[in-house]
Design a protein around this ligand. Structure first.
Ligand code: SF4
Length: 334
């Protein structure tokens, strides 16, 4: 292994979020327009390019990789990427390979993912009501996702549900969601939306649900114990004493994790974002395509990371597909 990746503030970067596609089989109203145009294929990194980059990050000390999208499991041939990455899990150089998914393809992939050494996955699911699910995802169907989540559980994958907290939408499902996760043995994390601006077709201000309020409502029924665990990201966790469940909260405006930030984000076009909430980025696709010499690419990665900013100035609109938020690309901890 080469030496670890360190930024200019002495932080070690050992977590890479890697978007493998901008495509998705859903059209969530807060993420994509229904008639979304996707990137031309030649701009998107090929699977071999994604693998080469991931392997270089691992060689340079990255211990955890999370695949995101769009929807990572709609990327054609993605299983070959997981199969190739398994050797890094087997050697122990990579401690965790995981993904954030909408769950639609899990029934097909769960067994293979488990066989590739995947242990945990995040599934984005905002409601357990089939009609509301169809409304918010436009093209998604709840039974397909629930079937996928079951398949993941059966395959031995630990599931964390990520629910975007939306006032007037899933407010009434706070306890049903918590109880369902408790019964099924899934962890649950709520994600707060930005209070201002447009979020796809949704007016955020109308839908903004302060997680402090959500937490207070949870406390009317459960005794909450704060957990000290930190992921190097914005998530904070509590334990519900009565059931033993873990519930997380992600507030995008939180600043208090920057000093322990351990992560960078790669887009499917090969742009490395040094801070999840800032514009600073570096193009890795050009050096990757220009040279078979890994040293050139490693130098580009190191140069980029040495410029990682100290803290963030969070703005979802700057890191989104066509100006809209996707929770899979976003700052969603984990
Ligand atoms: S939020 Fe996720 S599931 Fe929904 S359209 Fe965006 S990428 Fe797809």
């Amino acid at each position: 292994m080469d030496s670890n990746l360190q930024d200019g503030f002495g932080r070690t970067i050992d977590y890479l979020r890697m978007s493998v596609t901008d495509r998705c089989d859903f059209r969530c109203v807060y993420c994509m327009a229904e008639d979304m145009t996707f990137l031309p294929r030649q701009q998107v990194l090929g699977l071999e390019e994604l693998y080469r980059l991931a392997a270089l990050f691992v060689r340079n000390g990255v211990k955890k990789i999370r695949l995101t999208g769009g929807e990572p499991l709609v990327r054609k041939g993605i299983l070959t990427y997981f199969q190739a990455m398994k050797r890094h899990l087997d050697t122990g150089a990579l401690k965790e390979l995981t993904l954030t998914t909408n769950g639609s393809q899990l029934a097909k992939f769960a067994g293979d993912l488990a066989a590739c050494g995947i242990k945990r996955i995040n599934v984005s699911l905002d409601t357990l009501n089939p009609a509301k699910f169809a409304e918010i995802t436009r093209w998604g169907r709840l039974p397909q996702v629930l079937e996928g989540i079951n398949a993941a559980k059966t395959a031995g994958l630990r599931v964390k549900i990520n629910a975007v907290a939306l006032k007037g939408f899933n407010e009434d499902e706070l306890f049903p969601l918590v109880e369902w996760c408790g019964r099924e043995g899934h962890d649950l994390t709520f994600i707060e939306v930005m209070p201002m601006g447009e979020m796809g077709d949704i007016q955020r201000l109308d839908q903004y649900w302060d997680l402090k309020d959500l937490r207070a409502r949870l406390a009317t029924r459960f005794t909450l114990t704060d957990l000290t665990e930190r992921t190097g990201g914005p998530a904070r966790y509590v334990r519900l004493n009565e059931t033993g469940q873990k519930v997380g909260f992600i507030t995008p405006l939180t600043h208090n994790f920057c000093e322990s930030c351990n992560r960078v984000r790669l887009t499917c076009t090969g742009e490395l974002y040094m801070c999840l909430g800032q514009e600073d980025r570096a193009d890795l696709r050009a050096p990757l395509r220009a040279s078979p010499d890994d040293a050139v690419v490693i130098k580009a990665i190191r140069d980029a990371i040495s410029h990682k900013p100290k803290g963030h100035d969070f703005d979802y609109t700057r890191q989104s597909v066509k100006g809209q938020m996707t929770r899979h690309m976003s700052h969603t901890g984990g």
